[in-house]
Structure formats: structure tokens, C-alpha cells
Design a protein around this ligand. Structure first.
Ligand SMILES: [Zn+2]
Length: 342
């Protein structure tokens, strides 16, 4: 099975270039729409802004959904301080210790974009003995790279409470195949699903059952897939696989989650995914995620009558500066392709 890795990595790069914290996803969804339509598939959008790409199957009656989220963690302006720095509130749960000193972009509601940096309120080690202290919303702020030193000057730039502050993902791929970036959770899976779509289009393949790819835009704040198209019988979340203490997944594997904080996933589907991974000689792990809820959890909590499962590429250091590997992309894609054809 030949995987078009170049397509996936190019797609990943393109969607990484578009800032998209939860609630600010219109631009990135336009890109996803273009990608789906370029491959010859229909794209619809829900009222909330989630995307639906439909791939008709041999069996049109039974519909299987695969969701990944294109929304990311981020920050939002809470207030402008008297000295012109921005106090912020978190969008989702970024690891604030790792946000210190990151580059960011502030998007105003009238479409202006300013560069900035997240700093500790006492950043200089030569001046403050507190410089090395724990990081929180209280002791971090954003400094704009503009000539401003007062609240009024910042207001004149059009910056106000409620503006999105988007952290630079620092996207890079090493010659050894490591993919390093913020927000691999879950843009890597969006690129993977589009890669599977490209695989089906270029090889003229038809899935056994009708497939709906759902692109979620509010996963990081918990309600992404609370509603899904009502013809979906199975929903499989493609979201980052956990790596760490007690877990067997690596950055090169596809992770199959048996249970997370929201409870166990569907027994039959999870077992079938593990069987397919084994049959296809993929590198995979079945793991329990200690602090995790997926869009399938959101769908089930939202009252959807579905069987749900969760798989995804192994991602190291989630919600910080993350790392995965092209091998994980390949293993995840091969498992998805096998399931679509199963
Ligand atoms: Zn995620």
C-alpha cells in the first residue's frame, strides 16, 4: 500500500500556516473545503461551522463517521493593562509553562494582525529573582511588537478584549522524519484524513460503507461533535495518541484507545481496529489515556446514538511543543484505509 506522504505533509503545512484556535476557524475551514473539493468530494458545513465531507460507499445505507479537529488551543485578550501589555485568558488548555516566550499573532476584529510575544510579567533574570517562577495567567502577558506603552495606544491599534491571540506553531519536519509543531493535536489527524481521502481519489477506491469525514471546530473546548449527522452509526475519532508513563505508544505508532477519562470506547470496533492493525502488520498500541476526552465523548455526552472509538498518531508532549513522526502518520493512514475497505 503506497502512501502519498508528500500530500499529507504539504496539507499539514498549509493548515498549520492558518491560525485557528477554537471559535476562530473560518479561514482554515475554507482551506479544508478547497482540499476536499479539489479531490472531487462534496463539502458541507453545519450551522456551528463543522465540516462534513461525504464519500459514498458500496453500501450507501450504513454510514461511518471519522472526525478530527482543526481547532487548536490558543489565548484571547482579557484586558489591556495600563502599560500596554495584554492580559489573556486561555482557549482550551495550553500548557502555560511552555507558552512563556512564544511568538504570537493578535487578530483584531477588523482584520488587523499584529506580532507579539508571550512574556512573564517579570521576565528579565538579571532584574527579578521571581523570573523562574511557575507560569500562570496572572504572571504571563503578551507584549505587542508595536511602539506602544499605554492602554490608549494599544486601543488605537484596534486591539480589544475578545481578540484572538494565536501562538506560532513552530512547524518543522526534520530530515529524520520527526514532525515537530504545536497543534499536531489535532491538525496532524486532519491532514491524515485528507491524505486517506487523496488515497481513495487517486486509486479510484470506494469504501465498503459510506464514510463521512467530520472536521470539528470546537473540540478543545469540549463540544465539537456534540451533534453529528443523524445517519452516522459508528463514529471514530482520529485524534492524537498519548505517549508517556505507563503507556506503550511511541511517536511512530498508531494508538488505539480502549478507555479515556470519559469511559471505555465501543468494544467491538476497538477490537476490530486492533485486529486490522495486526493483520496489516502495523506498529500499534492499545492504551488507556488518563486525562483525555475526545469528540466521540462529546458526541456520546450530546446524546448521539452511536458506537464510538478513538485512534490516532502517537504525539509526544501534548498541549506543549509536540512531536510525532512520519511513521505514525503512515501507520494511522494504513489502519484507516484498512477500516474503510473492511
Ligand atoms: Zn485533540
Amino acid at each position: 500500500m503506497e502512501i502519498n506522504m508528500e500530500y499529507v505533509l504539504q496539507t499539514l503545512k498549509e493548515i498549520m500556516q492558518i491560525d485557528s484556535p477554537s471559535g476562530y476557524t473560518a479561514a482554515v475551514m475554507e482551506k479544508v473545503e478547497q482540499k476536499a473539493e479539489a479531490l472531487g468530494y462534496s463539502f458541507e458545513m453545519t450551522h456551528k461551522g463543522n465540516g462534513i465531507i461525504t464519500i459514498p460507499g458500496k453500501d450507501l445505507e450504513y454510514v461511518v463517521g471519522f472526525c478530527a479537529h482543526v481547532d487548536t488551543l490558543g489565548l484571547m485578550v482579557r484586558s489591556i493593562k495600563e502599560n500596554g501589555a495584554l492580559a489573556f485568558t486561555k482557549i482550551g488548555g495550553p500548557n502555560l509553562a511552555t507558552v512563556d516566550s512564544e511568538l504570537c499573532r493578535i487578530h483584531t476584529r477588523d482584520g488587523r494582525v499584529y506580532d507579539g510575544t508571550v512574556y512573564c510579567t517579570k521576565p528579565a533574570s538579571h532584574v527579578y529573582k521571581e523570573a523562574g517562577k511557575e507560569r500562570s495567567e496572572e504572571n504571563l502577558e503578551v507584549r505587542l511588537d508595536e511602539d506602544v506603552s499605554s492602554k490608549e495606544e494599544v486601543q488605537k491599534l484596534g486591539v480589544q478584549a475578545g481578540d484572538y491571540i494565536c501562538i506560532d506553531p513552530k512547524f518543522t519536519i526534520t530530515p529524520s522524519g520527526y514532525i515537530k509543531s504545536r497543534f499536531l493535536d489535532d491538525k496532524l489527524s486532519v491532514a491524515i484524513l485528507l491524505g486517506v481521502l487523496e488515497h481513495f481519489a487517486s486509486h479510484h477506491l470506494i469504501p465498503s460503507h459510506t464514510v463521512k469525514i467530520l472536521i470539528s471546530t470546537y473540540e478543545e473546548v469540549g463540544h465539537g461533535m456534540a451533534w453529528i449527522p443523524q445517519d452516522i452509526r459508528e463514529l471514530i475519532a482520529v485524534d492524537m495518541g498519548c505517549i508517556g508513563e505507563d503507556l506503550s505508544c511511541t511517536e511512530k505508532m498508531v494508538s488505539i484507545c480502549a478507555k479515556d477519562s470519559s469511559g471505555p470506547y465501543d468494544y467491538a470496533i476497538t477490537s476490530r481496529l486492533a485486529e486490522l492493525a495486526k493483520e496489516n502488520e502495523l506498529e500499534y498500541a492499545i492504551d488507556i489515556y488518563p486525562y483525555y476526552g475526545s469528540d466521540v465523548s462529546a458526541a456520546l455526552s450530546g446524546g448521539q446514538d452511536i458506537q464510538g472509538a478513538l485512534i490516532g498518531p502517537g504525539v509526544f508532549a501534548s498541549h506543549a511543543y509536540e512531536r510525532s513522526h512520519v511513521k505514525a502518520v503512515e501507520n494511522t493512514m494504513k489502519l484507516l484505509i484498512a477500516y474503510w475497505l473492511d
